[in-house]
Design a protein around this ligand. Structure first.
Ligand SMILES: [Mn+2]
Length: 358
């Protein structure tokens, strides 16, 4: 367990792009925010802010960050166990205890900077209205962060559909503004126990169980770890083009599925990780756990390749429903996010400075 007091001292007095020692340039979440310089209140030994990995100072500001996290604690159509509205908070909380040094990448990727936005509060006027509101909000989010890497924390899986649809539109506008051809349709890489290919569920077209179906008109899908589907969904897989499925049991035979999945991905990829993709022995804290599924190292090996062999344009992590007193799953998910940010930055070493905020 890292000593966060040390970490805090390191960050405040370290050589990061932030202010000088004793001038922590606090985020809005910090007690010191808005206090006059030199106020005795800035000397209180306060806890780390509730930002991703407890980041503070310049690296936690939008200006100083190369990735931005959007928490969307939305839960409306969950079919079995609830609690995904607590997901974003649990990920952020657990992330504050992760070691900054990444042994695999031999460095502290977090130094590229991560800004954590306040959580969205969506309308309660039904799931259709809420998802329409999110699609619009996600468009503003993409516009506002410029070339920074977008990361969304759910919430139930329904939130991915508006994010994907807004991403497709945003990329089309960006291509048009740059006067270039779009490099084909967006590929969604979906790590999940479920295919979510129902055309609506329990009367809700924008249900978590229908998010992929809601995107078939704008994106292709590569679904990995699938092991719980309906006959209706299997029919959709067989009849529609642009859906490639890696069944969970095939993943345990050998690693050939990694090549197949990557070959099925177009040049641009949106990654959505439903945490029920993982075996429930690793992540029991989710609404509809299914036996089997992904393990830690194999999944990392695959995703590191994806980030290095394709352009990942955004990602989300959804469906974590934290279990009180059981923090290992929260920690796994927080660490997964850090690993994926590290892979993203490994694949994009030239991005020394964040882009325009338009
Ligand atoms: Mn699922």
């Amino acid at each position: 367990m890292p000593n966060r007091s040390d970490a805090r001292t390191d960050r405040i007095t370290g050589d990061s792009a932030g202010g000088a020692a004793g001038d922590p340039c606090p985020t809005g979440d910090s007690l010191a925010a808005g206090l006059p310089a030199g106020s005795p209140l800035t000397r209180l030994p306060v806890e780390l802010p509730h930002t991703f990995m407890g980041l503070e100072g310049h690296e936690a500001t939008l200006e100083g960050a190369e990735a931005v996290i959007l928490p969307v604690p939305y839960e409306s159509t969950t079919s079995y166990g609830g609690g995904t509205r607590e997901g974003p908070r649990a990920i952020l909380e657990a992330s504050r205890y992760i070691e900054l040094y990444d042994q695999e990448l031999d460095g502290e990727p977090i130094r590229r900077g991560v800004h954590t936005l306040p959580a969205l509060e969506l309308t309660r006027a039904g799931s259709t209205a809420a998802m329409a509101e999110l699609e619009e909000a996600y468009g503003h989010f993409l516009e506002g962060i410029g070339s920074r890497f977008p990361v969304m924390f759910g919430g139930e899986h329904a939130v991915s559909a508006p994010a994907i649809r807004a991403t497709v539109r945003h990329l089309a506008q960006r291509d048009q503004a740059a006067g270039r051809e779009a490099p084909g349709r967006l590929s969604v890489l979906q790590l999940d126990a479920h295919s979510d290919l129902r055309d609506g569920y329990e009367g809700a077209p924008w249900s978590h169980a229908a998010f992929a179906y809601r995107c078939l008109d704008v994106a292709d899908f590569v679904q990995v770890g699938i092991r719980a589907v309906s006959s209706e969904e299997v029919a959709v897989m067989r009849e529609r083009d642009g859906i490639h499925v890696v069944w969970a049991d095939h993943m345990w035979e050998n690693d050939a599925w990694m090549d197949e999945a990557i070959a099925a991905l177009g040049p641009r990829v949106y990654l959505t990780v439903d945490v029920d993709y993982f075996d429930p022995s690793l992540v029991p804290s989710t609404g509809t756990p299914e036996p089997g599924g992904g393990d830690w190292y194999r999944t990392l090996r695959f995703l590191r390749r994806v980030f290095n062999e394709r352009e990942v344009v955004g990602m989300d992590v959804v469906e974590l429903a934290p279990t009180p007193g059981l923090h290992a799953p929260d920690f796994l998910v927080a660490k997964l996010v850090y690993k994926l940010l590290g892979y993203h930055w490994e694949a994009n070493p030239a991005a020394g400075s964040a882009g325009e905020t338009s």
